[in-house]
Unconditional design. Structure first.
Length: 195
């Protein structure tokens, strides 16, 4: 089993996160932000990752540090759980519809951190969650995971649907990328020999 457990404590957040890449989509998430809990729960379900997250953050300020720091820790967990990346497919992509919304995501577990974000969100908030924090979350994630991620909104008008579509699409892209290619299970999927 490819698992990681990360504990990270700063002056702004105290996070405990456990990830199993070869799970069934089980989760227990408590971030102090209901909308982020919802997004991470469906991320786990659609990626078939077992994910347990507890975060005590300075939410009396806003959700910025909580969202960004959980992105950091989740990225660290992916990196640790993948180890040397032997046998992984490496690439994954998904075009995901959610009602009027259509989201494209593509990931490369390349060892190079880059986020290409072309997702316009029509409102500043969903509930009490600042919608700009979706990009902050994934920017933090790719930096820590050392992954390249492209996310593009093809259509969409409802802010909740757009962000939910992003989390679901990225989860399914990651699910494909972390999968083991049994035929090449002992190989690193790169001509360089390392990822």
């Amino acid at each position: 089993m490819r698992k990681a457990e990360i504990n990270r404590k700063t002056a702004e957040t105290n996070i405990k996160l456990t990830l199993n890449l070869d799970g069934v989509g089980a989760s227990a998430v408590d971030t102090g932000c209901g909308f982020l809990d919802h997004m991470l729960t469906l991320f786990a379900k659609h990626g078939r990752f077992d994910l347990y997250v507890s975060c005590v953050g300075d939410i009396e300020v806003d959700y910025h540090h909580t969202a960004e720091d959980i992105g950091i820790v989740l990225g660290e967990a992916f990196k640790e759980a993948l180890g040397d990346k032997k046998g992984i497919i490496r690439y994954g992509s998904m075009i995901l519809p959610m009602d009027e919304t259509l989201i494209l995501s593509a990931v490369d577990l390349s060892g190079r951190a880059h986020l290409e974000w072309a997702v316009s969100i029509p409102t500043e908030k969903v509930g009490d969650f600042d919608t700009e924090l979706a990009e902050e979350f994934f920017a933090a994630f790719v930096r820590s995971a050392a992954a390249t991620l492209h996310v593009r909104k093809l259509t969409g008008r409802n802010s909740h649907h757009i962000i939910e579509g992003v989390f679901k699409s990225v989860a399914r892209s990651l699910k494909a990328a972390v999968a083991i290619d049994e035929k090449f299970a002992s190989e690193i999927p790169s001509t360089k020999g390392v990822l």
